[in-house]
Design a protein around this ligand. Structure first.
Ligand code: UD1
Length: 333
């Protein structure tokens, strides 16, 4: 298939592009390189022996995007491009709504012009907001008590996609609700390198392990969880990437569908630290700090709908992800 991947040089996008190329698809990437580098393209080439077509473009410039769709007839769009820092979204909500919402609307307009009616969207477990039941199923309500503008853009995009599907009986949209992606390609060539001080756990752990940051703050050890720290569903990014290819089954039929991509098993923040120390054989300096506002005590996926409909399940463990993270760190020192 001819597939357009927006945000294809980013952390998750680049891992998905590798799997697409390995499976014989023709890939075109649009990326504005705000949060990624062209070295990802070179490394995709090294891993797969193939180079995707690349456009350095921003989805908020409609004319550029329309031209790409006029020049090539794509079969499918996989949409990752978007801003993703929770804290930045709280400080700069307008920028987040502009990039994530206007960007998506421009993409959908250009898809109409290019007669493309299939999209797989990179959504997030954040759309569920808070709930009494930590294990989330796709039929739970979305949109309530979402803690930040970033999360709300994910929810709003899902709603836009539902409306587009309702208006066009041939249109199909699959929202993949990611839990907590960690790890990287086992070659250590692709990975997550956020600008500045990271918000997310594993990028922060990596900076402490490399000596760039002094110590990890574990936000809260007084939660009502087995060891008092938060629990999350950490999924290896290679398993997550496989979920996008599995989603081809669902995107064949029109309408809006949502799937959780997670392992179904929670791991605590302290367990991540302990496992990191065990596998690396080194101490990871850390201390307990106050709770981070907006954090949920625990959230994990019920992945049974993806297993049933997409025939997809995870194979890799948190240990695998940490091992691959250490390979990435060795390659980048
Ligand atoms: C966050 C976002 C979510 C987004 C996801 C992926 C919130 C409320 N949710 O999820 O919308 O889709 O990132 O980008 O922000 N932790 C520490 N010390 C740190 C960093 C994190 O203890 O330095 C803890 C957090 O308190 C949390 C866990 O690690 O309990 C995971 O945090 P993080 O990686 O930021 O992911 P989420 O908060 O689950």
């Amino acid at each position: 298939m001819k597939i357009l991947v927006t945000g294809g040089t980013g952390y998750i996008g680049s891992h998905v592009v590798v799997e697409l190329l390995k499976n014989g698809h023709e890939v075109t990437i649009i990326d504005n390189l705000i949060n990624s580098k062209t070295t990802a393209l070179k490394n995709i080439g090294k891993i797969t022996g193939q180079m995707p077509i690349f456009h350095h473009a921003n989805l908020i410039n409609y004319g550029t995007i329309e031209k790409i769709f006029k020049d090539t007839r794509f079969n499918l769009v996989i949409h990752f491009a978007g801003l993703k820092s929770v804290s930045e979204s709280v400080e700069k909500p307008i920028m987040y709504y502009q990039h994530n919402l206007t960007g998506t609307i421009n993409l959908l307009r250009a898809m109409q012009v290019g007669h493309v009616n299939k999209i797989i969207f990179s959504s997030s477990a954040t759309v569920y907001g808070d709930s009494k039941n930590a294990k989330r199923t796709e039929d739970m309500p979305t949109g309530q008590n979402i803690a930040n503008p970033y999360g709300r853009t994910k929810y709003m995009i899902e709603e836009i996609l539902k409306d587009v599907c309702a208006a066009d009986p041939k249109f199909s949209a699959v929202a993949l609700r990611y839990f907590n992606p960690i790890g990287n390609h086992p070659s250590g060539l692709l990975g997550e390198e956020p600008n500045g001080i990271p918000n997310n756990l594993m990028p922060y752990v990596m900076k402490v392990a490399s000596g760039e940051l002094k110590e990890l703050n574990i936000y809260g050890n007084d939660y009502d969880t087995p060891d008092g720290t938060c629990r999350r569903d950490f999924i290896h990014v290679t398993d997550l990437a496989g979920g996008h290819l599995a989603a081809f089954r669902a995107v064949k039929t029109p309408g809006f569908k949502a799937y959780n991509l997670g392992t179904g098993t929670p791991t605590s923040v302290l367990e991540i630290v302990n496992t990191f120390e065990k596998i690396s054989g080194k101490k990871l300096p850390h201390k307990f700090a106050p709770r981070r506002p907006g954090d949920l005590a625990e959230i994990w996926a019920d992945p049974s709908k993806a297993k049933k409909d997409l025939l997809w399940q995870t194979h890799l463990t948190v240990e695998d992800a940490i091992r691959d993270t250490l390979t990435y760190l060795e390659n980048h020192q």
